[in-house]
Design a protein around this ligand. Sequence first.
Ligand SMILES: [Zn+2]
Length: 89
Amino acid sequence: MAERDILICWPVSRSGSMVPGSLTSKCSKCGEPVWLSPSSLLLLHDTPGMDIQCVECGRKQMISQPGEVRRPTPAQLDEIREYLKGAGR
Ligand SMILES: [Zn+2]
C-alpha cells in the first residue's frame, strides 16, 4: 500500500492558534473540526490526496506507523513566525 502524506492540522476547539485566512476542514479519523491555514491549502493543492488529521490523530499515527516527517514548507514557516510575533505582544 502506498504511503499517504498526512497533513496535521490544529483543532478549532483549541484557541489561540488560528492563522488569518484559514478555512476549516475535518479530521479524517475522528471528525474533529480543524483549521486549514493558507499554506496548508497550498500544500493540499500541490499534493492531491493528502490525509487531513488533527494533531491528536496525527500524533497517534506517527507513533504506530513512524514515517518520514516533512520539514515545514517556507509558507508554513512564515505563518509560524507571524504567529510567534503575535504571541509575544
Ligand atoms: Zn482526529
